[in-house]
Design a protein. Structure first.
Length: 360
């Protein structure tokens, strides 16, 4: 794989970062048909949500009820923030707690650039990571815009989690809140605002005239659920497993919709019925692309002491858990020691023996 050296992003690291070049995935027209869309206001929403989470682990949600004005205001304020000089971005978001070192069990809150996590991953982006459970130091208008937006998206996340439970067959008025209650009030909700500037260096092109660089490397999200909204700039891709091969598929940007991701934790809670899908962001996949991508992602996680094990109400008679029991606190601690692209659930999977071997 080729590599490209880029210098124009404000750099919080003292060396030049070499970001790998990536080949383009399959054509846009074919890709569009592979991404499920769910109209959240339709009577069949619960079934459609569950079907999408079982199949792809990802879907586009329309008629979601989050006013477009909240996203527009946040986008304008975030763009203004990212246009500030590097030193202002660093200083306005400096928190009182020190940045976590390698292998830490928490994200580096506040402003960051190029470095993703603390284990050596890099991407062509700058970002803000905020915890909804703690106060952040931000310019006043951005803070207000984020507050209003995340209040609405948190509500949407709760509704989607209820639809997921219902679609899994958990139907009672109280019972179907089982996933929603795990996230609400957990103090483990994060919001991340990612800004991907257009590349500043001449790009090499392959034979198809198509190449890009890593904006955000491939990974799955560790929490239960992620809800993403972006501007019109493309770049988001999911890894779809087809009969015998996995292929990267472009997700066409749609500022009027939310994109919902199943997280690793939800995969375990459903004993593998729902799947956390790998995704990544490629910068400038289109020829001559000059636009910045701005995305805002809400991550809903459970409380640190929450036991993560398949929901008893889902398990069929004789069904065994595919994972050993753990708490979110334990999973998070392990996740923050990994590289972005690692298979984080691997160490928690149990080897199920076929019945004959188990008896022997
Ligand atoms: C390399 C890393 C960055 C990450 C923590 C990790 O060690 C592995 C998971 C990464 C991820 C992906 C989804 C979210 O963007 C994120 C905030 C999260 O909860 O897990 C990031 C972490 C991060 O950027 O700190
Ligand atoms: O910025 C994006 O569009 C996606 C980033 C992402 O997947 C993440 O922050 O976990
Ligand atoms: Fe992600």
């Amino acid at each position: 794989m080729a590599a490209i050296t880029m210098t124009a992003l404000p750099s919080s690291v003292d060396h030049q970062v070499v970001i790998p070049l990536l080949k383009c995935p399959i054509a846009a027209a074919a890709a569009a048909a592979m991404i499920p869309t769910v109209d959240l206001s339709s009577p069949g929403a619960a079934r459609a949500v569950a079907e999408a989470c079982r199949g792809v682990g990802f879907f586009r949600a329309t008629n979601h009820g989050v006013p477009s004005s909240l996203a527009a205001t946040l986008e304008a304020d975030a763009m203004a923030f990212f246009a500030l000089p590097d030193k202002d971005k660093q200083s306005t978001t400096t928190t009182t707690t020190p940045a976590p070192g390698p292998g830490s069990a928490r994200p580096s809150l506040g402003y960051g650039s190029r470095r993703i996590g603390s284990n050596g991953d890099v991407g062509w982006l700058e970002y803000l990571i905020l915890s909804l459970g703690s106060n952040s130091v931000l310019p006043a208008s951005l803070r207000l815009a984020l507050h209003e937006y995340t209040r609405a998206v948190r509500e949407l996340s709760g509704r989607v989690l209820e639809l997921m439970a219902e679609g899994l067959g958990i139907v009672g008025e109280t019972e179907r809140g089982v996933l929603r209650r795990m996230v609400a009030g957990s103090e483990e909700e994060l919001v991340r605002v990612n800004h991907y500037p257009p590349p500043t260096t001449e790009r090499d092109e392959d034979d198809d005239g198509c190449v890009g660089i890593t904006g955000f490397g491939e990974h799955t999200d560790p929490q239960l659920i992620s809800l993403l909204r972006s501007n019109r700039t493309a770049g988001y891709q999911i890894l779809l497993q087809e009969a015998d091969e996995a292929r990267w598929v472009n997700v066409a940007p749609d500022p009027d919709s939310f994109f919902v991701n199943v997280g690793d934790t939800l995969q375990v809670l459903t004993n593998g019925r729902f799947r956390s899908v790998k995704h990544r962001v490629l910068v400038a996949p289109e020829r001559g692309g000059k636009a910045s991508r701005l995305s805002v992602i809400y991550f809903g996680g459970p409380a640190p002491a929450q036991r993560i094990a398949p929901l008893p109400e889902l398990m069929r008679e004789g069904e065994r858990s595919l994972y050993r029991d753990f708490t979110w606190g334990e999973y998070k601690a392990a996740a923050y020691k990994t590289r972005l692209g690692d298979h984080r659930l691997g160490p928690f999977q149990v080897q199920l023996l076929p019945p004959a071997a188990a008896k022997a």
